[in-house]
Design a protein around this ligand. Sequence first.
Ligand SMILES: *[C@@H]1O[C@H](CO)[C@@H](O)[C@H](O)[C@H]1NC(C)=O
Ligand SMILES: *[C@@H]1O[C@H](CO)[C@@H](O)[C@H](O)[C@H]1NC(C)=O
Ligand SMILES: *[C@@H]1O[C@H](CO)[C@@H](O)[C@H](O)[C@H]1NC(C)=O
Length: 219
Amino acid sequence: MGTVVDAPAVVTEKEVVAENMLGDKKVTVVFVLGGPGSGKGTQCSNIVEHFGFTHLSAGDLLRAEIKSGSENGTMIENMIKEGKIVPSEVTIKLLQQAMIKNENDKFLIDGFPRNEENRAAFENVTKISPAFVLFFNCSEEEMERRLLGRNEGRVDDNIETIRKRFKVFVESSLPVIEYYDAKDKVKKIDAAKPIPEVFEDVKAIFAPYAKYVIIYQAT
Ligand SMILES: *[C@@H]1O[C@H](CO)[C@@H](O)[C@H](O)[C@H]1NC(C)=O
Ligand SMILES: *[C@@H]1O[C@H](CO)[C@@H](O)[C@H](O)[C@H]1NC(C)=O
Ligand SMILES: *[C@@H]1O[C@H](CO)[C@@H](O)[C@H](O)[C@H]1NC(C)=O
């Protein structure tokens, strides 16, 4: 009989390399979560501009797939029409394809994972765990005030639908935030502050990912 040995406590280099890989590509992923009206869209644009990330919105990818008229697009469209939830694998596949196609290796994934099932499936399928989760925390009163104020010509932006969107966001996303919080991976932003102040907080978080590193050398 052979000897029984304990599993090595040291993670081998191969295992480390296998993390966060898409094919041959090593990527940095940040999940961006926040309720409707939390201002995360504006801050995502700022992060793209200042820190060189590529913004991937799960909603935009699904809409683009529908618009392309592909077989999958038609399937997605029908599911949404029937009020069904688009399966995680479909959104994950679109995110994966977008990350492989794009030359960048730093991605903001906005509006995903929407729930615990999305999160577990993403990690299972891609083997990618996010560098951190950026959570725009804003009170419902403030988000409601902003949504009603901007209106954007949306007929559905009445109080009732807005509150329903909040409820869905809180119920589905909170478990995701709690999961990553337990791993110390959530960076909470007080999103009720004015936009420039929120960006100051965002900048502090993204400083390690700055596009240009300036080294001052004493001569
Ligand atoms: C359609 O979706 C399935 C399941 O998500 C995926 O395996 C397949 O690659 C997709 N097809 C295209 C053309 O993207
Ligand atoms: C993810 O993988 C774990 C372990 O293999 C499994 O228990 C779980 O059901 C999977 N979850 C999803 C959503 O794929
Ligand atoms: C959001 O901020 C409020 C007020 O600071 C706090 O009570 C609440 O717990 C925060 N929400 C989460 C999910 O951390």
